[in-house]
Design a protein around this ligand. Structure first.
Ligand code: NDP
Length: 247
């Protein structure tokens, strides 16, 4: 489905980003793999991806810093020749109720999740505009749609990503560029492993499909949005949440 395409995925060494990198490589895309710091997980993933017969280029950088975003995109294009798909996946949480939330925790989450997505789209747009094609996939969250007590910073960042997605979809649509967002529900990764079994069980009972999601559930939608099958879809926010937020 992605043969001949080049995809750049941020925060790709674990969790949802890793699942998307593997899914894209299985479908023939060359992969630029953004990471923050070199580690064993990165090296293992690089060889796992190379085993699928595609080119793999690790690109270091912190998406919350615009110069890093520019460098990540430049290295990807210089190394792999072009850029067809960008998945803005890097994200963090720093939870707390508003009365206790520190200003620096609010700023850190907005800087990585929202500004990081802006930085990457800014760095990518001119390249895709020149190509007159491209797919941008932003990873939002269901809490950006419905909110969550204890996650005001995170929910604001993810709601902001939805606004960015819709605005930039309008700006770039005329150049053949699709910009969409995925809103995952409760997906089992390091980010959610910190929650107690009790919380996980109570979440599970509220999900119509009666299970937590796994990273591959999100990767399957990313594959569709990254492929030509989504050519007439832009500015959309699609939930992968087992039906949790249907209305
Ligand atoms: P993980 O915590 O497992 O992975 C997050 C990844 O982002 C890591 O690779 C991390 O790198 C990277 N990262 C964090 N900050 C930066 C940065 N400034 N620059 C570059 N990379 C960075 O999270 P998930 O896989 O669970 O989440 C992936 C995305 O999906 C996030 O945007 C998250 O908000 C979103 N999401 C997740 C849900 C879930 O239930 N898990 C639900 C809804 C949305 P490092 O290894 O260096 O820390």
């Amino acid at each position: 489905m992605l043969k001949g395409k080049v995809a750049l995925i941020t925060g790709a060494t674990r969790g949802i980003g890793k699942a998307i990198a593997l899914k894209f490589a299985e479908n023939g895309a060359d992969i630029a793999l953004n990471y923050r710091s070199d580690n064993e997980a990165l090296r293992t993933l690089v060889s796992e991806l190379e085993d699928k017969g595609v080119k793999v280029l690790p690109v270091q950088g912190d998406v919350s810093v615009l110069e890093d975003a520019n460098k990540i995109v430049k290295e990807a294009v210089d190394g792999l020749g072009k850029l067809d798909i960008v998945v803005n996946n890097a994200g963090i949480t720093k939870d707390g109720l508003i009365v206790r939330m520190k200003e620096e925790d609010f700023d850190a989450v907005i800087d990585t999740n929202l500004k990081g997505t802006f930085n990457m789209m800014k760095a990518t747009s001119s390249i895709m505009m020149k190509q007159r094609s491209g797919k941008i996939i932003n990873i939002s969250s269901v809490v950006g749609l419905v909110g969550n007590a204890g996650q005001s910073n995170y929910s604001a960042s993810k709601a902001g990503i939805i606004g960015l997605t819709k605005s930039i979809a309008r700006e770039l649509g005329g150049r053949g560029i699709n910009v969409n967002a995925i809103a995952p529900g409760f997906i089992q990764t390091d980010m959610t492993d910190v929650l107690s079994d009790k919380i996980k069980e109570s979440m599970e009972s509220t999900i119509p499909l009666k299970r937590l999601g796994n990273p591959e559930d999100v990767a399957n939608l990313a594959l569709f949005l990254g492929s030509n099958l989504s050519d007439y879809i832009t500015g959309q926010v699609i939930a992968v949440d087992g039906g949790m937020t249907m209305n």
